[in-house]
Design a protein around this ligand. Structure first.
Ligand code: 9YT
Length: 128
C-alpha cells in the first residue's frame, strides 16, 4: 500500500502549471493502477478549451463553482462543490471557473505526469 499526501507532490515535476490550472498528480501511470488521480485548481475567471480525445475523465468538484459547456450541443452544465462531471463521450468542452475551483480528476488511461494541453486542449496518446 502507498499513502501520498498533497505535500509530497507540491513543488515536484508532478506539480504542473497549465496556465489556467495547476494540477498536482497524485497517482500516475507508473503506479500501475490503471488510472491517474489529480488534485487540480482551476483559476477563477478562466475559460479553458479541453478535448481529451485519448482519455476519459471524471472530475469531482470539492470547492468553488463554475460551469462546463459541451461544444457539440452548446449545453451549459453548472458545476459546484460536491458535483462530479464525467466526460464519458470524450466530450469537447469549455471549462469556466467563476471562483477558484478545486477538482479531483481521474483519468483513464492514466497520464504519465508531465502533460500539459496542446493547442487543441488534448493530452497526447501514450505510445507505450
Ligand atoms: C478539470 C480539468 O480537466 N482540468 C485540466 C487539468 C487536468 N484535469 C489535469 O491535468 O489535472
Amino acid at each position: 500500500m502507498k499513502v501520498i499526501s498533497l505535500e509530497d507532490v507540491q513543488g515536484t515535476e508532478h506539480d504542473v502549471d497549465g496556465g489556467n490550472w495547476i494540477s498536482r498528480r497524485l497517482i500516475l501511470k507508473k503506479d500501475g493502477m490503471g488510472y491517474s488521480v489529480h488534485d487540480t485548481i482551476i483559476k477563477a475567471g478562466t475559460e479553458t478549451h479541453i478535448w481529451y480525445q485519448n482519455h476519459l475523465e471524471s472530475v469531482y468538484c470539492i470547492e468553488g463553482e463554475g460551469e462546463v459547456v459541451t461544444l457539440k450541443d452548446n449545453k451549459v452544465w453548472p458545476i459546484q462543490k460536491d458535483t462530479l462531471y464525467a466526460l464519458d463521450q470524450n466530450d469537447e468542452h469549455l471549462l469556466r471557473a467563476t471562483t477558484d475551483m478545486r477538482m479531483v480528476c481521474v483519468f483513464n488511461p492514466p497520464i504519465t505526469g508531465k502533460e500539459v494541453h496542446d493547442e487543441n486542449g488534448v493530452y497526447p496518446v501514450d505510445e507505450d
